[in-house]
Write a protein that binds this ligand. Structure first.
Ligand SMILES: [Zn+2]
Length: 454
């Protein structure tokens, strides 16, 4: 067996090839956004891709599938039913963004290619969707004699799984993104009981989420911001984070700890579509969600919530005076409608910009969080006078303790743990924490490393 670990840095890219030396058959796991290197790895290893397996819908784990569909791949793409449903929204949206990028490049001459072509287009996204083969959690699928996989719940976003691949009698576990216990809406993560080899994410490998309830913290932050009668801008991933934040805000309103008429705008067509999927995925709901739902309406919705799909309606929010809450994508301020809200409201000291998710190195979100006074948005200089706050405990990712606990159920140490999906400091810190466990060996693969699994 060969495990080709690809693109571990920068942190947001993913993609693994797991191939069998004997049969030359391989599966791709989580081919993330724009990882053309992955097909290079498939060629170098001289293997045939039999299937693609996806841990969850986030585009940094799935965004390459329409591209390989474009280049002729017609094999199955396995994932859980809720992930398949989310991808019906995410892939066409990603295609649309790629098409817009290409149009922009052609208009401004900003491209090496003439004409600039989208990374993939709507037709590729549609074709990729036809390849999806939903498989329920815990259903073991045998791809070939001696090669099987199973999805298990991991609590990161709706439908998110870790994958157990069994091959030649070995058990490989791919964590995907590991969620936290006790988050709203979703069932808690399950644990892998055994692994010969474990590929583990390390996003928050060097951090501990503060103790205390993130809902309380969110309530305090929003109540204080609302008292200033300003706008509270919450950048959030459209799928996962946005629904969690909305759920918490609605709970606080129901409990009377936030004004019940404080308007909350969910300004992202994708996030709005995902709300419907979150509300409809009854089999994935935790007890709190089920109990609330038994009483009638979906707890993510309510009279104070306004779903904004339309672009004109989104722009009209600029004219609205606070207090109000705007939840919008993208979560790290790398694009999306949040940018036009920032351009309009960052110079206003009454605005509160509230971060609720990870801000990667090099993103606009990280720069603002680190105290930038002037930032560039759509080519314009924007002065930051807004109050900047952060609630890290709301993250969809487990922290260092959470990750160490998650692997704690593995009784016999794996032959090796491979740490991926983390910046260098996070990987180093998590490696140190895991090496403190007797008998545990940790490897920090570099981009493009091929690892022989024995
Ligand atoms: Zn994710």
């Amino acid at each position: 067996m060969i495990l080709e670990v690809r693109a571990v840095a920068p942190f947001y890219k993913n993609g693994f090839v797991v191939g069998c030396e004997r049969t030359r058959e391989a599966v791709l796991i989580d081919p993330g956004d724009e990882v053309d290197e992955l097909l290079g790895a498939v060629r170098d290893l001289d293997v045939d891709v039999q299937a693609v397996l996806l841990t969850h819908a986030h585009i940094d784990h799935t965004g390459y599938v329409p591209r390989i569909a474009k280049s002729g791949y017609r094999g199955p793409v396995y994932t859980t039913p809720p992930t398949a449903a989310l991808l019906q929204v995410l892939w066409p949206d990603a295609a649309h963004l790629h098409e817009e990028d290409a149009r922009y490049a052609n208009r401004t001459g900003y491209s090496r290619h003439r004409p600039a072509l989208p990374f993939f287009d709507s037709e590729d996204a549609r074709r990729a969707l036809t390849l999806l083969r939903p498989v329920s959690f815990h259903e073991r699928v045998e791809l070939a004699p001696g090669l099987a996989f199973t999805f298990r719940r991991v609590g990161h976003i709706l439908g998110a799984s870790f994958i157990v691949v069994e091959t030649d009698g070995k058990r490989l576990v791919f964590s995907g993104d590991v969620g936290q216990h006790g988050v709203p809406i979703l069932k808690d993560p399950e644990s892998p009981e055994a692994a010969d080899h474990l590929v583990l994410e390390s996003t928050y490998g060097d951090r501990l989420h503060p103790d205390g309830s993130p809902r309380e913290e969110l309530g305090r932050a929003v109540a204080e911001a609302a008292a200033k009668r300003g706008a509270v801008l919450i950048p959030a991933f459209a799928v996962g984070r946005a629904q969690d934040v909305l759920y918490h805000l609605r709970s606080l309103q129901r409990e009377g700890r936030l004004a019940p008429d404080l308007p909350i705008y969910l300004d992202s067509p994708m996030a709005v579509s995902a709300v419907d999927l979150y509300c409809g995925a009854l089999s994935e709901h935790d007890i709190e969600m089920t109990t609330l739902q038994d009483k009638g309406l979906c707890p993510i919705d309510g009279p104070s919530v306004h779903f904004v799909r339309d672009r004109v309606e989104s722009q009209a929010l600029n004219g609205r005076k606070g207090p109000l809450v705007i939840i919008s994508a993208s979560g790290m301020l790398s694009g999306g409608r949040i940018l036009h809200h920032l351009k309009h409201r960052l110079p206003d000291p009454e605005t509160t910009l509230l971060f609720v998710g990870y801000q990667a190195d090099g993103t606009l979100g990280r720069r603002i969080l680190e105290g930038a006074h002037d930032v560039r948005i759509h080519g314009q200089s924007v002065t930051v006078r807004a109050e900047i706050r952060e609630i890290s405990a709301l993250s969809a990712h487990a922290d260092q303790r959470g990750l160490v606990d998650w692997v704690g159920a593995i009784a016999t140490p794996p032959r090796a743990v491979y740490l991926v999906h983390g910046e260098p400091a996070a990987r180093e810190a998590l490696a140190a924490a895991l090496r403190a466990k007797p008998g545990w060996s940790v490897v920090l693969p570099r981009e493009g490393d091929a690892i022989e699994l024995k």
